[in-house]
Design a protein around this ligand. Sequence first.
Ligand code: 15L
Length: 302
Amino acid sequence: MTNGKPAFSCKTPVRHVRVTDPYRQALCPVPAQPHSVLRFRRLLLTGAAGGLGRELRPRLARYCETLRVSDIAELAPPGPGEEVVHAPLQDKAAVGALLDGVDAVVHLGGVSVERPFEEILSANIVGTYHVYEAARVHGVSRIVFASSNHVTGFYKQSQTIDATMPMRPDGYYGLSKAYGENLAQFYWDRWGIETVSLRIGSSFPEPKDRRMLATWMSYDDLERLVVAALTAPVVGHSVIYGISDNHTAWYDNTPARHIGYRPQDSSERFRATVEARQPLLDREDPAVVYQGGAFVKQGPFD
Ligand code: 15L
């Protein structure tokens, strides 16, 4: 949801934003921008070597003059209009340099699964703090933050939830994404940096199991969502679930309609195959009870 305007800001944001009433925003959605009008001078994509980063890299290149891509893992060499930077998120100075001269950031970097707390701490908690600090220093006005459905993974699959409901993280990974969303809210309230936090469901070529019939998002819809988050005129700090237009859905995105995300795919065409592959479900299994699936059963790691 969009939560008010900054109380004050020591640095005038590049983009002036006025959000007066988030619920009015939700009731009066801004139409999605035609993609052809979009032209960023320089976009930064962190985590570009990961599964979603590799998918988004060629797609985002279409929307900017220069795409700067970053990761700690090996990246394909720069193509036309690309800059490749290896910057560990734990290194504040490196992340500072990474954001110098960029208009907006798509922050996918960090650990993307449940892991021991120390790994999550350095990549996701310290690393995301470095990204926001660098955005403040360099006057970057908008960040698209790859959050996760695991921020609310301990809601039951029988429930329909929206982003205004309390967080119920299902592990250290989900907790780190909850922290990232709170960080985004703080940098909006304090510094006027806008964020759209994307609580991404399961973005893969196709749903792997029955749970993903509800959480799946196609790569084309991922692109639509990221582009909408980059270009919606006013977002403050908004939170939206990243799923396709699935017939089974646990998330109500009504409070985030102002982002202008209109999914065009659905998991339904995979249903018969998925259900044949997984005919029986153990209704007592926490992975079947809770929205976070197997994430709710991870750990302890010692
Ligand atoms: C996530 O947040 C993970 O990054 C991804 O690997 C998937 O496991 C996804 O959630 C999911 O919940 O399916």
